[in-house]
Design a protein around this ligand. Structure first.
Ligand SMILES: [Zn+2]
Ligand SMILES: [Zn+2]
Ligand SMILES: [Zn+2]
Length: 148
């Protein structure tokens, strides 16, 4: 998954086209749901000359203009993906951290309305389904090795 014309996407978002921004979009497109550290490593392998902090700044700038979407998986960890504006949700495994996309159960934002929106105009419901993935369920079901 990648953006057809990343330079045009940057310009359309009002951002200058720079090598770190292009490399970051490419890295996130090729490695969706990666964390900032992983994206920074890939971009730095790609460009060499860019600092880790510079990549973090790019991730924030691209998220602010909604070219990228931040996915909170709990704690302080954020994962990144190309923003497809499709209101999809995520499944997160609490054991291994595996993260998967799932379509919205309803299909349009916001798919969940609070009982009382307290005057808010709710635009999106960011749903994260948490639990154990199939592999981890199998691992937990397996007999634990007995300690001698
Ligand atoms: Zn798991
Ligand atoms: Zn996703
Ligand atoms: Zn939904």
């Amino acid at each position: 998954m990648s953006i057809a014309d990343p330079a045009a996407a940057l310009r359309g978002a009002g951002l200058r086209v720079t090598a770190p921004r292009l490399a970051t979009l490419a890295a996130v497109g090729a490695h969706p749901h990666s964390d900032a550290e992983t994206i920074a490593r890939i971009v730095r392998e790609d460009l060499g000359t860019v600092s880790r902090q510079a990549v973090y700044d790019v991730l924030n700038a691209l998220s602010d203009v909604e070219l990228l979407r931040r996915v909170s998986v709990g704690g302080r960890s954020m994962r990144y993906e190309l923003h497809r504006h499709d209101n999809h949700h995520h499944l997160v495994c609490r054991r291994c951290g595996r993260l998967e996309d799932v379509a919205c159960a309803v299909g349009e934002a916001p798919c969940l309305i609070p009982h009382d929106a307290l005057g808010f105009d709710v635009e999106i419901a960011d749903v994260v389904y948490r639990g154990l993935c199939a592999d981890c369920r199998a691992a937990e079901a397996a007999p634990t090795p007995s300690t001698p």
